[in-house]
Design a protein. Structure first.
Length: 262
């Protein structure tokens, strides 16, 4: 009857074949190069993100300027224009106002988006700020907004299309994103700027603790910047791959030396 080796008995293994070594080497090289490239990509992304944050911070705190004019609308883009501090003048069209479902530190409510007709006839949508759900009352009548010529300062924002989980339903007047083309079509507006403006917060009234709705200055500027941790992770993976390759090579060297001595 053949003997069964004990569980702790070492079973000698011979050197790997040439084909196996070639495949292992190619696999290791591919992993190492891939991890290095991913780390290098995150280095570039980190530099880009830091530059973006610096540019946005500069725009937000700059003195307000005129927004892009109609002849510049086709060239407006997020990289060059979003979060630019702008100033516009005109008259609000309160009868074509749109309430966008939103949530804030004050609870659930709406962003109050009102068209502003400028002197040249062009229209820009202005997010006048956040208001709670009961701001319009049970009869749906919202408090009257400013009438006559007004001047608004705020941050230029790009249109927000519907998403899978936040889909606008114009037919039921249900809005979840500030989708400029969709709002303009639903409200029968023409010659509308392809961006909207998040209005600045109104100056605080001395001695008053009550909120004046809608409350402006609610723009959330948040650019997650995890690229440093990502690049460290990829470079560590490359280092571990290199260490594993060295270990396999040294193990193969010992096996071959033992085979020759035997």
């Amino acid at each position: 009857m053949p003997s069964i080796p004990a569980p702790n008995e070492d079973i000698a293994r011979g050197p790997r074949g040439t084909l196996a070594l070639i495949l292992l080497a190619l696999f290791g090289i591919c992993l190492f190069v891939g991890f290095i490239e991913l780390g290098n990509w995150q280095v570039r992304r980190l530099a880009w993100k830091r530059e973006l944050i610096a540019h946005v911070d500069q725009r937000v705190h700059a003195p307000p300027v005129a927004p892009p004019a109609p002849d510049q609308w086709s060239r407006v883009n997020a990289e060059d224009d979003e979060y630019r501090h702008v100033r516009v003048s005109g008259e609000f069209l309160h009868d074509r106002q749109t309430l966008i479902w939103a949530a804030s530190d004050e609870g659930s409510g709406y962003f109050v988006v009102t068209p502003l007709r400028m002197a040249d006839g062009a229209i820009v949508l202005v997010n006048r700020g956040f208001a709670p759900e009961d701001w319009c009352g049970r009869d749906g009548r919202c408090a009257p907004g400013p009438s006559g010529p007004v001047t608004v300062t705020g941050l230029l924002r790009m249109s927000e299309p519907s998403t899978l989980f936040r889909r606008n339903d114009p037919s039921h007047n249900s809005w979840y994103t500030r989708d400029v083309p969709a709002i303009a079509a639903a409200r029968g507006l023409a010659h509308v700027a392809p961006y909207f403006i998040d209005q600045d917060a109104a100056p605080a009234v001395p001695g008053s603790s009550a909120h004046a709705w809608p409350q402006g200055g609610t723009t959330v500027i948040d650019f997650p910047n995890n690229h440093l941790s990502y690049l460290i992770t990829w470079y560590l993976m490359a280092l571990l791959t290199l260490v594993a390759g060295i270990y396999v090579g040294y193990d193969e060297y010992k096996l071959r030396r033992a085979s020759r001595q035997a």
